[in-house]
Design a protein around this ligand. Structure first.
Ligand code: GLU
Length: 302
């Protein structure tokens, strides 16, 4: 895939676990405007790797909604489910570098460990010197070593993570044989030449793992901007699990305006009457990342 290093390139990477809801629209709007405001490209990637969580028809539904909302993406859509060989190459490179080990621990066996920021257990290191006698491999993990990763998020500020203490050696190949999101996202962002990752702040704590993988795979470091995540009245992130309502494909303007306001962009009243094309012209011109609230979560509009 051709990549030009001097060009801004953003992306939107939905998981087709259900139709687009307001929370995913916010990530689409933020990443699109961030790229287009600088004259850059915006790529679309279907993160349909976690097949058990994907729903039939959801990817098509997402593509149709994005098109109806006036999003225009560059190039072909990338489908993670078709890229197993590429992820496997990356895993083997890491293995050749001595960074991968087989682990037999089940979730239950790790239940007493401290919790990582994403709620998973911090890996206690049980198998990193070899599988205990009589145990069989469940997953492959990355040896994080003494990595201490610091990065400046353009919205949320500086984050520092000591991976060994806060996350531990993390999974690259899952017990069900699927490649882990952390590996796939890094390989894809690298191959697609992504220079800007703009997405929800629920992924902020994953970013140091991704930066470590970029370093180990010799991939360039993109800029990061993590947007506030929309939460419902119960304080839960909008998602399929919380039964967030799909956005209305037939009426894009109210949701688009709400997404722009959610991202701290003050919109003139007359924009509500604008055509979709005029809306996007206005939004691309006036987008200002500095106005995005520096929060991890914000209530979704009513
Ligand atoms: N597929 C992820 C999601 O839908 C987003 C991954 C990313 O932007 O890095 O939450």
């Amino acid at each position: 895939m051709a990549t030009s290093r001097n060009r801004i390139r953003g992306r939107f990477a939905p998981s087709p676990t259900g139709p687009l809801h307001f929370g995913s629209l916010v990530a689409a709007v933020g990443s699109f405007l961030d790229a287009r405001h600088s004259g850059g490209e915006w790529l679309l990637r279907m993160e349909d790797l976690d097949r058990p969580r994907c729903r039939d028809g959801a990817a098509d539904d997402i593509l149709r909604t994005l098109a109806a909302y006036g999003f225009e993406w560059d190039g072909e859509v990338i489908w993670q489910s078709r890229r197993g060989a590429v992820y496997n190459d990356a895993l083997e490179r890491l293995r050749d570098a001595g960074r991968v080990f087989a682990c037999a621990c089940s979730r239950r066996e790790m239940a007493d460990s401290a919790l990582a920021p994403d709620g998973a257990s911090v890996y206690p290191g049980t198998c990193n010197l070899g599988l205990p006698a009589g145990k069989v491999r469940r997953v492959d993990r990355l040896r994080v070593g003494q990595a201490r990763i610091a990065f400046a998020d353009e919205v949320q500020g500086t984050l520092v993570q000591k991976l060994a203490e806060e996350v531990g050696d993390f999974v690259l190949l899952r017990a069900d044989g699927l490649f882990a999101y952390q590996l796939a996202v890094v390989v894809d962002d690298g191959e697609q030449g992504i220079t800007r990752v703009v997405r929800g702040a629920d992924l902020l704590a994953s970013t140091p793992r991704q930066i470590l993988l970029q370093q180990l795979l010799d991939l360039p470091l993109p800029g990061y901007a993590h947007l506030p995540v929309a939460i419902d009245a119960a304080g839960e992130k909008l998602s399929k699990q919380t039964r967030a309502a799909a956005i209305d494909r037939a009426r894009p303007m109210p949701s688009l305006l709400a997404a722009l306001n959610f991202l701290g962009q003050a919109t003139p009243a007359e924009l509500a009457e604008a055509s979709l094309a005029d809306f996007w012209r206005w939004a691309i011109t006036h987008w200002d990342l500095a106005r995005v609230p520096r929060r991890h979560q914000l209530p979704a509009p009513e």
